[in-house]
Design a protein around this ligand. Structure first.
Ligand code: COA
Length: 256
C-alpha cells in the first residue's frame, strides 16, 4: 500500500491511498491463476484500514486481452494507458500559424496556468485532485534544477498550449519501461479550451518529436487516460500505441 505524500504532486496526481498489486502469472491457465490471485488481493485490501480516497491498481500489458474478463469481474476498469511511440513516427502536418518555442523562466506563469488547467481536466475525468498546494508545487517544479523541458505553442504571440518532457537525466526509468532503447517521457500536453482543434497540439508534438529524434531517443513514452475522449485519438494519430494498461477501482473497497 502506498500513501501519497501531501507535500508532493503525487497527492494531486493520485488517490491518497493506493493498493498496488504487482503480478506475474505462468503460462498454464493464466486466467484461473489471476482470478485466484485477485480474490486473495481483495481479501487483503478489505482487511486493511482504508481512507475514503483510495484506489486498487494493477498494471498489465495492454495487448494481453485474455485476462480482461477476469479484471472486469473483480470490479477493475481500464484507466491509465502507458503508450509508446517509436522514433520516426509522427502526426500529419499541423496548422502553419502556430509557433513552437522552448519555454524560459519568464514563461513560468503561463506554464503553471496551463498545467493547472490540465489537472482540472483530469479531475473532471476522475483521476486527479487539485489540492491547496497544487499550484505552488507546479511552480516549484518549473523552477527546480531538475525541471522538465518545456515548450510553448503561440498564436500571434499568445501562448495557447504547452508540452513538458521530463529531463531524461532525472527520468532514466523511462528507458527501462520498454525494449525500444533510449526513451524520453512526455509528462504533460495541454491546449487551452478555446484554442483546441486548430493544430496547436499537433504542432507542439511534431516539433518535440523532431527534437527528441535528433537527440537520439529511440522512443517517447507517455500516459493518457482511457476515458479522455481528446487524448486517445490524438495520440494514436501521432504514432503512439498502448503498451501497458492500469486497471483500477476506486475506492479500493469496491474491489471484488
Ligand atoms: C489533446 C489536446 C492537447 C490536442 O490539442 P489540439 O490543439 O486540440 O490538437 P490539434 O488541433 O492539433 O488536433 C486535434 C484535432 O483537431 C484536428 N485538427 C488538426 N489540425 C487541425 C486544423 N488545422 N484545423 C482543424 N482541425 C484540426 C485533428 O484532426 C484532431 O482530431 P483527432 O485528434 O480527433 O484526430 C487538446 O485536446 C487538449 O488540451 N485536451 C485537454 C488536455 C488533454 O487531454 N491533454 C492530453 C493529456 S494525455
Amino acid at each position: 500500500m502506498v500513501r501519497a505524500d501531501p507535500t508532493t504532486l503525487d497527492a494531486t496526481w493520485n488517490a491518497a491511498e493506493r493498493h498496488v498489486l504487482i503480478a506475474r502469472v505462468g503460462a498454464d491457465d493464466p486466467a484461473a491463476v489471476m482470478d485466484t490471485l485477485l480474490s486473495r488481493w481483495s481479501t487483503i485490501v478489505h482487511a486493511r484500514p482504508r481512507e475514503a480516497e483510495s484506489a486498487a491498481v494493477l498494471t498489465w500489458p495492454s495487448r494481453d486481452v485474455e485476462l480482461v474478463p477476469i479484471f472486469l469481474a473483480h470490479g477493475l476498469a481500464p484507466r491509465m494507458v502507458l503508450a509508446i511511440r517509436l522514433a520516426g513516427r509522427d502526426c500529419p502536418d499541423a496548422a502553419a500559424d502556430v509557433v513552437v518555442r522552448r519555454a524560459t523562466e519568464a514563461d513560468v506563469d503561463a506554464a503553471v496556468a496551463m498545467e493547472l488547467e490540465l489537472v482540472r481536466w483530469n479531475q473532471t475525468l476522475g483521476q486527479m485532485t487539485e489540492r491547496s498546494n497544487t499550484a505552488e508545487l507546479i511552480r516549484a517544479k518549473h523552477l527546480a534544477d531538475n525541471r522538465p523541458w518545456s515548450w510553448l505553442a503561440e498564436v500571434d504571440g499568445t501562448a495557447v498550449g504547452a508540452l513538458n518532457v521530463l529531463d531524461p537525466d532525472h527520468a532514466p526509468w523511462a528507458s527501462g519501461m520498454s525494449s525500444a532503447g533510449k526513451a524520453a517521457y512526455l509528462s504533460d500536453l495541454m491546449v487551452l479550451p478555446g484554442r483546441r482543434g486548430a493544430g496547436a497540439g499537433t504542432a507542439l508534438v511534431r516539433h518535440v518529436h523532431r527534437e527528441l529524434d535528433r537527440a537520439g531517443f529511440n522512443a517517447v513514452l507517455l500516459h493518457y487516460l482511457g476515458m479522455n475522449p481528446l487524448a486517445g485519438p490524438f495520440w494514436h494519430r501521432c504514432g503512439y500505441r498502448p503498451l501497458h494498461t492500469s486497471w483500477e477501482v476506486r475506492p479500493a473497497s469496491h474491489l471484488r
